[in-house]
Design a protein around this ligand. Structure first.
Ligand code: SF4
Ligand code: SF4
Length: 329
């Protein structure tokens, strides 16, 4: 549904409100295809392309038609209800040619962790066990020139180490010259196939640890595997890029009242330093963030600033993740 939005009227010829995902994005989710993995006003609802999708009736013309419908309405200032309030909407002269340059692969749910904030882990029955395969779709998109080689490719999940076709997809993408691949993993099972891409700087691996100690890890993840994950992070970090940096990060999702202390964050920062990491990545727990995003506690803002300051002191690249990327602007 599209609604007229006074804030999204364009008064400039050729310009309209849209976003990179709406124009050129595609997401494989369990049993559905969408344009992005973000949720605007609709919160748990995405910009849907096709529901009940199980891999066998992929039709790029149909996807293009849906994208064109979005463009048609957005040019009139009528914004899709799920995009309203989304910070990714921008007024630009968009490239309206139909191609994909942002692909999010997140169609499976198997995982070896049980994070307290994970909707999949807490609601396993809500997800279909019927998994589909994406590799042949990806191969065809590349062959037909639809999926550009300069695309950003993101793996969500589920845990990639448990996805049967993960090694084949990674090897195919690297063989085809893709250079901007981001993999999210629990870090519990080491994935050897990532090593070459890490060394070449074509893969960035993000492991969410959310803690700097065994006790906090166990409280959040419901598994007693902090030291296993930390050992794997160190092993991954040995695959340095030519500039001698490790393209690996140990992400920390701040969960208010659980791991929101400077002491825990400091332990995490020092463990990252010991592992030889060059990135410091922070996020905030999604449910809390959606409820509080208009009025974030000063305590949380102070923590973000503290970590940013420490990251500069330690010489690491500081990054606020996805939904909070503009929070300190
Ligand atoms: S919800 Fe946001 S990111 Fe997704 S298509 Fe709409 S504007 Fe883009
Ligand atoms: S590692 Fe990811 S998929 Fe697995 S339980 Fe945690 S948040 Fe969920």
């Amino acid at each position: 549904m599209f609604v007229l939005s006074q804030n999204h009227k364009s008064f400039k010829d050729g310009f309209y409100y849209s976003c990179d995902w709406l124009e050129h994005g595609l997401v494989f989710f369990p049993s559905k295809l969408t344009m992005c993995c973000f949720t605007g006003k609709g919160e748990n609802s995405h910009t849907l392309i096709q529901d009940n999708f199980y891999g066998d009736d992929f039709n790029i013309d149909r996807i293009n038609k849906i994208r064109e419908k979005f463009r048609y309405f957005h040019k009139k200032g009528k914004i899709h209800v799920n995009c309203l309030n989304c910070p990714n909407l921008k007024l630009e002269a968009w490239d309206e040619r139909n191609y994909i340059d942002s692909l999010y692969i997140s169609h499976w749910t198997d995982c070896n962790n049980k994070c307290s904030y994970c909707f999949i882990a807490q609601n396993p029955d809500k997800f279909s066990k019927k998994h589909y395969s994406v590799i042949n779709i990806i191969k065809k998109l590349v062959k037909d020139g639809v999926l550009k080689r300069n695309s950003k490719i993101l793996f969500g999940g589920g845990e990639p180490a448990l996805l049967d076709e993960f090694p084949d997809i990674i090897n195919f993408l690297l063989g085809e010259g893709f250079q901007n691949i981001r993999v999210h993993s629990s870090g519990i099972k080491y994935i050897k196939e990532l090593e070459q891409g890490l060394k070449e700087g074509k893969i960035h691996l993000t492991i969410s640890v959310d803690s700097g100690s065994d006790e906090t890890y166990k409280k959040i993840k419901n598994t007693d595997l902090y030291s296993v994950v930390r050992d794997n992070i160190k092993k991954y970090a040995q695959n340095k890029m030519p500039n001698n940096e490790a393209n690996v990060s140990a992400k920390y999702i701040i969960i208010p009242n659980v791991n929101d202390s400077k002491e825990e964050l400091e332990k995490w920062l020092l463990a990252n330093l010991e592992a030889g990491l060059n990135y410091t990545i922070l996020d905030i727990e999604e449910n809390w963030f959606l409820k509080n995003k208009k009025n974030i506690d000063l305590h949380i803002i102070d923590l973000l600033k503290y970590v940013k300051h420490r990251s500069i002191e330690l010489g690491t690249h500081f990054e606020l993740y996805e939904r909070i990327e503009h929070l300190l602007d």
